[in-house]
Design a protein around this ligand. Structure first.
Ligand code: ADP
Length: 299
């Protein structure tokens, strides 16, 4: 198996003398080229994880590697290959957008000017206005541009699309797609489940500093596709449905039945063909259902 692009191992963080662990034994492996969504309620430890990966704060124990390098010992060389975005990054309020990008690319040295121009055009960023005078969404555009402009191998993004309007969100998804196509690895936190479902390959849910679930989006969609909602004209043939092998009735009322299909479809279709079915829907489970369950319950 290929080496992970980001390998978090037993990462544990306790702030100062705090008794509570912000992170406790967090382990996550992210493969090269993978887009990993990091989800969890407020205070779960998402920013702590991201700030630790960027070496802004240090682990209490455990650690992580990015592209095989240690996040603490090799943090300087890691930063050259990582694009980072967070909502609270320093942005030099008196610089214009154009000056900010020029300044960063002079530090960076490796960014192509034509690509920066293309990014600025795509995001319709106002180049002359001072960063401190930009609206939150417009500031976010510069946060995105600076994270992507040197075409980094790894992107670490803390709620990247927050504040963007739907059009700019689309532009951002396009950018993510081309980063993935050139083989970049993405670790991003998000609160937007639709976004996660659309752009991520895999998701991890963190709560109270611990990873409580990890699934691939393909897996989640496959599971969802096995739930079928059936509407009958009149009374559903409940007893017959319950006797069918490979079918589990999960809910029913006077003319609806929802079933989970564990076996093959033909026996169910055979039975339904003998009844007056007015609607049949294969459920596209919204991630929301799953995440609300994990956010609220013990998992
Ligand atoms: P999230 O990003 O998922 O909302 P955070 O990583 O910000 O969560 O917070 C995780 C836990 O660590 C919370 O209990 C929070 O109160 C605590 N925490 C975060 N930053 C600090 C800090 N600088 N000092 C002390 N505790 C902190």
């Amino acid at each position: 198996m290929a080496d992970a692009a980001i390998e978090i191992k037993n990462l544990t963080k306790r702030y100062g003398r705090s008794k509570v662990y912000a992170l406790k034994d967090l382990s996550i492996s992210i493969m090269p080229g993978e887009v990993y969504g990091f989800l969890g309620p407020n205070g779960a430890g998402k920013s702590t994880t991201i700030r630790t990966l960027m070496n802004f704060i240090q682990p209490t124990s455990g650690g992580a590697t990015i592209l095989g390098k240690d996040i603490v010992r090799d943090s300087v060389s890691i930063k050259r290959r990582v694009g980072y975005l967070s909502s609270d990054m320093p942005m030099y309020p008196s610089m214009s957008g154009e000056q900010f990008i020029k300044y960063l690319s002079s530090l960076e040295g490796s960014s192509e000017q034509s690509y920066i121009k293309e990014l600025s055009r795509t995001f319709r960023a106002d180049p002359q206005k001072k960063l401190g005078e930009l609206s939150r969404g417009n500031k976010q555009k510069y946060a995105i541009i600076q994270a992507f402009m040197h075409k980094p191998d790894v992107l670490i993004l803390d709620e990247p699309s927050s504040g963007l309007d739907p059009l700019m969100q689309e532009a951002f998804y396009g950018l993510l797609k081309s980063a993935k196509e050139r083989g970049a690895t993405v670790f991003m936190s998000s609160h937007l489940l639709g976004e996660v479902q659309r752009v991520c390959d895999r998701v991890g849910i963190i709560r109270e500093g611990r990873l409580i679930a990890e699934r691939s989006i393909a897996e989640l969609q496959k599971d969802a596709a096995h739930t079928i909602d059936i509407t009958f004209r009149g009374e559903p043939p409940l007893a017959k449905l319950k006797r069918l092998s490979g079918v589990e009735v999960i809910s029913h009322d006077s003319n609806h039945v929802s079933v989970r299909l564990k076996g093959s479809l033909p026996p169910l279709l055979g039975l339904l063909s003998e009844h007056d079915v007015t609607q049949l829907e294969v459920r596209q489970l919204d991630l929301e259902e799953l995440f609300i369950r994990f956010y609220k319950d013990e998992g």
